[in-house]
Design a protein around this ligand. Structure first.
Ligand SMILES: NC(=O)c1ccc[n+]([C@@H]2O[C@H](COP(=O)([O-])OP(=O)(O)OC[C@H]3O[C@@H](n4cnc5c(N)ncnc54)[C@H](OP(=O)(O)O)[C@@H]3O)[C@@H](O)[C@H]2O)c1
Ligand SMILES: [Zn+2]
Length: 393
């Protein structure tokens, strides 16, 4: 038997569970049948086809089932276009009569840019509607379900609810707190550094981890870095995938002392917005505008200002890909709700090498911000830890 160290290492890695939930909330009771759950998963799969493109609307998929077979499917492609249920009913045509419709979010019951889906479902003569989660807006929650029930349609609520909530966590946060959902993502070495003492940071993690980051960008409306990251890393911040959505690339720079040449100023592939302070480096501002970069000035630039502004632009999810200084400001100002940390099993050392989160003013370990709902995964040779900061309003 070959028990060389190399093989032993491989075996150890293989026997590790790929994903471990270390502090999940109480497991939810399963709602619906296995078939219901499979159909709801199909809704989520359909909804994901519009990843990053629906804000300020949610990601929604719908499936029409008749005699155990899918007879129509649809998803909401972007704000202003019809809702998922409308596409699915259209695809099912007359088969919708007496059918069951699955949808990951409660059907709407109000006249917005499109007529209410509750009325479309009633008009189509469906027999049953299976809903993943109720509308997060407390003012309208339950209205669509009540309308369907009043019309004699059987309604089941809460199938795959956890997965439905997770897919639309940005939308839900936006509705409840009138702010976009902030995700802080960083990659660090095992000794907690995000770059070397010289500021060099490409790459901390392996290709597989970087691919996950590209997918995260495709799912977000905007990605934010600070001026230093532009000066030191010259990042592209695109999703690097054919046909995938590219987020708005946002640079927060108070000084506007930024390099004349940078990947972020090339706006053909993806748009760039620079947030700065009134009167900062006017000549450079002009140069940016000429290259098609948007510039917005604030009297005082803070993460709160940035998030308020991005909320007003209709955004749901913001990815903070900045260094530690700005990350600390963002956490302190409640602009971060979720943390996604990649940890590479390597050591770089350096007493002054930058770390993922700068000064938070906490001095006792008992004050540490403990993540909730933590998930730990092995990604190639790296580790991924994600979780939620305690809910702050
Ligand atoms: N491994 C990783 O995941 C990762 C990710 C990102 C960055 N990095 C590394 O992190 C280092 C840079 O770290 P950093 O902390 O200086 O990051 P940063 O992302 O550049 O953030 C700091 C900059 O944000 C701007 N800013 C705007 N408003 C601010 C505010 N209210 N408070 C504070 N800053 C504000 C300032 O730009 P101006 O100075 O232009 O005004 C400031 O210099 C680099 O070495 C980079 O390689 C690593
Ligand atoms: Zn609708």
């Amino acid at each position: 038997m070959d028990n060389s160290p190399a093989l032993a290492r491989t075996n150890a890695a293989v026997t590790l569970p790929n994903s471990v939930l270390v502090s999940a909330k109480q497991p939810q009771a399963k709602v619906g049948t296995d078939f219901d759950r499979a159909m709801m998963q199909r809704c989520l799969e359909l909804a994901r086809r519009a990843l990053g493109r629906t804000s300020p609307n949610p990601l929604v998929g719908a499936v029409v089932v008749k005699d155990g077979k899918i007879v129509g499917e649809g998803f909401h492609p972007r704000a202003g276009e019809p809702h998922a249920e409308v596409f699915a009913l259209k695809a099912a045509a007359l088969h919708a009569r007496g059918a069951t419709v699955y949808v990951n979010l409660e059907p709407c019951n109000h006249y917005g840019r499109t007529p209410p889906c509750s009325e479309a479902l009633i008009a189509a003569g469906v027999a049953k509607v299976v809903v993943g989660m109720v509308d997060p807006n407390p003012l309208v929650a339950g209205g669509g379900i009540a309308r369907l029930r009043a019309a004699g349609i059987e309604v089941v609520v809460g199938v795959e609810e956890r997965a439905c909530r997770k897919l639309n966590e940005g939308f839900i946060h936006r509705i409840l707190y009138k702010r976009p959902f902030g995700i802080l993502k960083y990659a660090m070495t095992l000794d907690g550094k995000i770059a070397t003492t010289s500021g060099h940071s490409t790459w901390v993690t392996n290709q597989e981890a970087r691919q996950i980051v590209h997918q995260m960008r495709a799912a977000c409306d905007a990605v934010i870095v600070g001026g230093n990251t532009v000066r030191l890393d010259n990042p592209r911040l695109t999703s690097h995938q054919q046909q995938a959505h590219n987020p708005l690339r946002v640079v927060m720079s108070r000084s506007l002392q930024l390099p004349e040449q940078a990947h972020l100023w090339e706006t053909k592939e993806a748009p760039t917005l620079v947030l700065t302070e009134v009167g900062a480096n006017p000549a450079f501002k002009e140069a940016l505008l000429k290259q098609g970069v948007e510039v917005v000035e604030f009297p005082q630039l803070t993460p709160e200002q940035a998030m308020t502004y991005l909320y007003e632009r209709g955004f749901c999810s913001i990815l903070w890909e900045c260094g530690g200084t700005l990350a600390a400001r963002a956490i302190a100002s409640k602009a971060v709700q979720k943390v996604v940390a990649f940890i590479a099993p390597k050591i770089i050392g350096g007493s002054n090498a930058p770390t993922p989160v700068g000064e938070l003013g906490l001095t006792a370990m008992t004050e540490a911000l403990s993540l909730e709902d933590v998930e730990i995964r092995v990604v190639g040779s790296d580790c991924l830890i994600e979780g939620y900061l305690p809910l702050q309003q």
